[in-house]
Design a protein around this ligand. Structure first.
Ligand SMILES: *[C@@H]1O[C@H](CO)[C@@H](O)[C@H](O)[C@H]1NC(C)=O
Ligand SMILES: *[C@@H]1O[C@H](CO)[C@@H](O)[C@H](O)[C@H]1NC(C)=O
Length: 329
């Protein structure tokens, strides 16, 4: 125990030293108000990786970004050393416990921004004032297998109240969307799940509704793990990806709705098919809706732990930019 704590502490210290030096070019004398790590998608595994150099000896360390493990956990060396970055960084640099995640869909770098920074993207797009917000919910019971039963979940839950396809509410059992006393149900965000996972009845309802709204587009045989695939050459394209109906996660009000466009709902698979990128999570999963990485790509997500809220931008492609265009300062 003591030994692993030390390992965590020393890894965190190494990271902080690295970040300090990375930030030293900013306003001399002052603590930086934000630090940024580059995040890249690993094509082979679909995981989002971030890298830094560990001192003595100077070796590059690659870590998997895992939203599910705590505040923002970076999971090093396949799970052996974990540390909560926003808390560690906020303590070291005295900035707010807040981070923003901007994942790319390619191997080009996206960013995770800790602390306070304008969300400025080239060319001249500032998203700082245009995010929508929804409360981050506390799940009183941990959903992570490794934690004790009595632990509060450290994962990020949001209050999805309905799902719409092409603006129409999909008929579903709304009680599945509520976190129950045992910590089951509800909606969480996961950077480790490559695609959004839906409880069986929700998956069927969403898939059926999507199929009904796309009856004109020629289908092809489904490619696992997806159930609904189209002939990609017959799907039009738009600035925000394939021309398909929107999928909306309705939150605390109709106005606070996370609208998902083709770039985030459709997945290009081998053979030129385009599939609706939702996966059947079975009849009794712990969590009813797990929003996966693909749905978050080229969206800016701000996890404000101080104010317990999630800020979200919807697709940056609408604004003719991507997560690769984030610029600090
Ligand atoms: C979690 O616990 C708090 C405090 O006991 C309570 O107010 C809240 O309703 C609980 N949340 C859920 C989802 O059960
Ligand atoms: C809706 O889901 C809840 C929670 O899983 C379940 O107890 C209930 O039986 C479901 N209702 C229907 C009509 O399927």
């Amino acid at each position: 125990m003591a030994r692993s704590t030390r390992l965590v502490a020393s890894t965190a210290t190494a990271l902080l030293l690295l970040l300090l030096s990375a930030c030293s070019c900013r306003a001399a004398g002052d603590s930086p108000s934000a630090v940024v790590l580059a995040v890249r998608k690993d094509g082979a595994t679909g995981q989002y990786l971030t890298g830094f150099r560990q001192r003595t000896p100077q070796v590059p360390v690659t870590a998997v970004l895992d939203l599910g493990g705590g505040t923002l956990w970076v999971d090093c060396d396949a799970g052996r050393a974990r540390f909560a970055l926003p808390t560690q960084l906020a303590a070291a640099f005295r900035f707010s416990r807040k981070f923003a995640l901007c994942l790319t869909s390619t191997s080009a770098a996206g960013a995770v921004v800790f602390g306070d920074a304008p969300y400025a993207f080239q060319p001249g797009v500032d998203l700082s004032k245009s995010l929508l917000y929804t409360p981050l919910l506390v799940n009183n019971v941990s959903t992570a297998g490794v934690s004790g039963e009595k632990d509060k979940s450290n994962e990020y839950f949001i209050g999805v109240t309905a799902i719409k396809v092409n603006g129409r509410a999909v008929p579903l059992n709304a009680s599945l969307l509520v976190i129950d006393k045992q910590g089951g149900g509800g909606t969480k965000l996961s950077t480790v799940a490559p695609y959004t996972v839906l409880e069986t009845s929700i998956h069927k309802a969403v898939t059926d509704a999507f199929a009904a709204e796309t009856a004109m587009i020629p289908r092809v045989r489904a490619v696992a793990p997806f159930k609904l695939c189209y002939d990609g050459s017959k799907v039009g394209s738009t600035r925000v990806g394939p021309a398909v109906p929107t999928v909306e996660l309705v939150l605390q009000s109709e106005a606070a709705s996370w609208v998902v466009f083709g770039a985030n709902s459709m997945v290009a698979v081998k053979g030129g098919a385009l599939c609706l990128g939702v996966v059947d999570g079975g009849a009794a999963p712990r969590t009813s809706v797990v929003v996966g990485g693909h749905m978050m790509e080229d969206n800016l997500l701000e996890f404000d732990l101080q104010r317990s809220r999630l800020g979200f931008s919807s697709s940056l492609l609408f604004r003719q930019t991507t997560c690769n265009n984030f610029r600090l300062g």
